[in-house]
Design a protein around this ligand. Structure first.
Ligand code: N7H
Length: 459
């Protein structure tokens, strides 16, 4: 089995609390910081083993991660074999399609040295834990930025701000995930953790020594324009005979995501939401986009997007069966995101205009940022041709998070009435007028193992 006593809790297991604070800081006094890290902070860091049992779960779970500039400030100059990490996210806005002028100034540059992830049932508990960390660290750190995440209230718990159930599909990690559910792809721990016996990056000594069992944490503050998204759906219901306009709008949203709001996959339930399917963990993830029988064996996958658009969000980021498994399976990430910001107010709803910031505090873990987040964002999400090899060479970017510079994007296959698509027939594209998800920035961080934190403290 993997060394779960040494692996920070959020990486493989997730902290699974309804509140989570991301507290970004700059290190002013490395010597004091390292002393306190070893003596007072290290004992607070929650491991995977601890989070997995109710008897050992702390009231507030604490994880920590460092940016490249943070490690350097602490005197750790080792190569971790990851050029994106060294560059920092701000220097890659061009690659990942972000508009740097929309970034929160806190993320612009490489000024963030570290982040605390504090997770608990209440914000009060989190604030108590934060106050204690701040009193331990005193002026050795300065806050750059904080983002308070929270599950949505009532029956929206677990749903992100557009209303869709999140946190359903994750890869299964060999020697960790048990049981493996139908539809989960088992992958080696090396896809997420550095230095194990299947680490895709070779010949980097730090990865097999102190950095082993750590993981790269990609953080993104993704604002969601919920009233604007809802207005777009209301104004553009899919015109399907049997559906009311309201149902046509619901279908459009589901086809953009690839799942209904309940979480039921549209590939298995293409015409209506199915909460029973959504709630059944043995069925809700058990599908690929390959259909061999209808209408012609072996062809449906490349010609027909009746059940699921080629470019639906969950198909873009996990094209089950659309690619050779060796390619498809080398770009998995583990997601550990949580919504932030309040519910839509009645004034926002009636004006269809966002006035309060809300969105997703996106977190992904991978052992190689270029294979994980950067690949997904730049090659799969933002390529209008992906998945490649379909009848339509201009599928469009991901309708939820893809961008062509913020402006209108043409997406094919959203209308199920278009059974066979002619070569790039633009008449059948749906035009999404603007981005409803706007990146406010983020950073690439390294979440070391518990022994790795101890190494850093003594560097
Ligand atoms: Fe996505 N959404 O609400 O539309 N995502 N995502 N995501 N996402 C998923 O299966 C969403 C984002 C992935 O294996 C679901 O857990 C929103 C980024 C991956 O089938 C829903 C935002 C990246 C999967 C959403 C957002 C990804 C996935 C279905 C931003 C990577 C698993 C629930 C605000 C770069 C796919 C589930 C699979 C699922 C939404 C961001 C990746 C509902 C709103 C930035 C790999």
């Amino acid at each position: 089995p993997l060394d779960t006593d040494n692996i920070q809790a959020d990486i493989l297991a997730g902290m699974h609390k309804n509140k989570e604070l991301f507290f970004f800081f700059h290190i002013n006094d490395p010597a004091t910081f390292k002393t306190k890290l070893a003596s007072n902070i290290l004992p607070l860091i929650t491991s995977t083993t601890e989070i997995l049992s109710n008897t050992t779960q702390p009231i507030t779970a604490v994880n920590i991660a460092f940016s490249h500039t943070g490690l350097v400030a602490l005197g750790v100059n080792d190569d971790l074999g990851d050029p994106d990490f060294v560059a920092g996210q701000f220097n890659e806005t061009g690659t990942i399609g972000d508009n740097p002028s929309l970034w929160d100034p806190a993320f612009a540059g490489t000024n963030i040295h570290g982040v605390f992830l504090l997770a608990s049932d209440t914000v009060d508990n989190i604030n108590t834990q934060l106050a204690s960390l701040q009193s331990i660290l005193g002026t050795s750190i300065t806050e750059n930025h904080r983002l308070q995440g929270a599950s949505r209230p009532g029956d929206q718990e677990g749903h992100e701000h557009f209303g869709f159930m999140d946190g359903i599909a994750q890869p299964a990690v060999n020697r960790f995930t048990s049981p493996v559910l139908p539809g989960q792809t088992p992958v080696d721990g090396g896809t997420f953790l550095l230095g194990g016996d299947w680490d895709p990056v070779d010949g980097v000594p730090a990865r097999t020594s102190w950095a082993k069992d750590g993981s790269f944490l990609v953080f993104r503050q993704l604002q969601q324009l919920v009233p604007e998204f809802n207005k777009f759906l209301t104004d553009n219901p899919l015109d399907v005979d049997t559906l009311t306009p309201e149902q046509g709008s619901e279908l459009l949203g589901a086809r953009m995501v690839g799942r209904w709001k309940s979480g039921a996959p549209i590939f298995l339930s293409p015409t209506h939401d199915d909460p029973d399917l959504a709630n059944d963990k043995f069925r809700n993830n058990n599908f690929t986009y390959l259909v061999e029988s209808n209408p012609e064996p072996g062809t449906e996958n490349h010609f027909n997007q009746t059940n699921c658009p080629f470019g639906a969000h969950i198909r873009k980021v996990h094209p089950r069966g659309d690619l050779d498994p060796s390619v498809e399976n080398s770009h998995f990430i583990i997601r550990s995101s949580i919504p932030y910001g309040p519910e839509v107010t009645s004034a926002e709803a009636s004006s269809s205009t966002t006035s309060v910031d809300r969105g997703l505090a996106f977190v992904s873990y991978q052992s190689n940022i270029n294979n994980g987040f950067v690949f997904l964002q730049s090659i799969w999400i933002n390529s209008i041709g992906f998945p490649f090899g379909k009848v339509d060479p201009t599928i469009g970017v991901d309708p939820i998070i893809g961008t062509v510079g913020g402006g209108p994007k043409n997406i094919s296959g959203l209308d199920p009435a278009v059974f066979y698509l002619n070569q790039s027939d633009p008449v059948h594209d749906v035009v999404i007028p603007r981005d409803f998800v706007v990146s406010r920035g983020g950073e690439y961080m390294f979440a070391p193992s518990i022994s790795g934190i101890s190494f850093i403290a003594s560097a």
